[in-house]
Design a protein around this ligand. Structure first.
Ligand code: FES
Ligand code: FES
Length: 174
C-alpha cells in the first residue's frame, strides 16, 4: 500500500491518497495495475487498462452502461471499487468475441437492429449474456423485467428484447 499526497475527500476535507496494487484477470489475461483505493472498476478498465468498450453513462449506478461480469455475475462497474476486484475474474464487452467471431448476442443485436447510437449497447449486451446464463430470459416480460436496470435513451427496447429472446430460444452460446 502506498500513501502519497492528499486529495479533497467527498466531505470536503483533505485525505491521503492511498494507492494499492490490484491484480485482475480481465478477459482471460492477468492484468496488474496500481490504483487509488477510491478508483472504480469502471475507471480502472477505461483509464488504466484502455478497455473503453465499457461505457460511463451516469457514473451513479442508474443507467447500466457500465455493466461488466465479475466472477461471472453482472455488476455495475461504476459502483464497484477496483480494489475490491483484486484477484477476481472480469469479463468486458471486449472479451465476448472469440477468434474474431462475434458472440451470438452481438450478432443478434446487429441482426435485430437493437441499437441506434450504440452508447448503451455494451452494457445491454453484457446484461443480456448474464440474463441467459441466469436462466431469466424465459419470456419477453422476464427480459424486460431483468433488463430494467439498463437504460437506452434511443428507445431500442423492442429490438433489444427480440435479440435476447432470439438467443435464448435458439439455444445459442451465452
Ligand atoms: S455508468 Fe454505471 S450505472 Fe450508469
Ligand atoms: S442505443 Fe442509444 S442509448 Fe441505447
Amino acid at each position: 500500500m502506498v500513501v502519497n499526497g492528499s486529495a479533497a475527500a467527498a466531505d470536503g476535507t483533505a485525505g491521503p491518497v492511498v494507492r494499492v496494487p490490484v491484480s485482475l484477470r480481465v478477459n482471460g489475461t492477468e492484468r496488474r495495475i496500481e490504483v487509488d483505493t477510491r478508483t472504480s472498476l469502471l475507471d480502472a478498465l477505461r483509464d488504466a487498462l484502455a478497455l473503453t468498450g465499457t461505457k460511463k453513462g451516469c457514473d451513479q449506478g442508474q443507467c447500466g452502461a457500465c455493466t461488466v461480469h465479475l466472477d461471472g455475475k453482472r455488476v455495475l462497474s461504476c459502483l464497484t471499487l477496483a480494489a475490491s476486484a483484486d484477484g477476481r475474474e472480469v469479463r468486458t464487452i471486449e472479451g465476448l468475441a472469440r477468434d474474431g467471431v462475434p458472440h451470438p448476442m452481438q450478432e443478434a443485436f446487429a441482426r435485430h437492429d437493437a441499437l441506434q447510437c450504440g452508447y448503451c449497447t455494451p452494457g445491454q449486451i453484457m446484461s443480456a449474456v448474464a440474463l441467459i446464463e441466469e436462466g431469466r430470459a424465459g419470456s419477453d416480460d422476464d427480459v424486460r423485467e431483468f433488463m430494467s436496470g439498463n437504460l437506452c435513451r434511443c428507445g431500442a427496447y423492442p429490438h433489444i428484447v427480440a435479440a435476447i429472446r432470439d438467443v435464448a430460444t435458439g439455444g445459442r452460446r451465452a
